[in-house]
Design a protein around this ligand. Structure first.
Ligand SMILES: [Zn+2]
Length: 117
């Protein structure tokens, strides 16, 4: 379960942001996660909740937004969004090549928005 580690690095980033803006309480945080990160939203939510207990982030709303996968074909360069993304099998709609594409989006995870007071 890698959600625990992800939650803890998100919390570190949020902490820094709160300090930077002189905020003392986190209201909500929006996190974007690419489909290829295989994050289970419920697990991440749970990990966040557990790790923020009794901190200034306790009770904050964690909004999770999934980012779909876009790749550029390694053969012909066509950009497409595979229906069932899998690093080893994403057939290109133009030339049929199945793997070794360049992943343009879908692997990232980042903090998109914070609301604090
Ligand atoms: Zn192609």
């Amino acid at each position: 379960m890698h959600e625990m580690a992800i939650a803890s690095s998100l919390i570190e980033i949020i902490k820094e942001e709160l300090a930077k803006h002189g905020a003392t309480r986190l209201v909500s945080a929006r996190v974007c996660h690419g489909k290829l990160t295989n994050i289970v939203p419920e697990a991440l939510r749970f990990a966040f909740e557990v790790q923020t207990q009794e901190t200034s982030m306790a009770g904050a709303e964690l909004e999770l937004k999934e980012i779909s996968v876009t790749v550029a074909c390694g053969g012909c360069g066509t950009q497409f969004t595979p229906e069932h993304p899998d690093l080893f099998y994403m057939p290109c709609p133009s030339c049929g090549r199945e793997f070794a594409h360049e992943v343009l989006s879908g692997k990232e995870i980042y903090l998109d928005h914070l609301e604090a007071e």
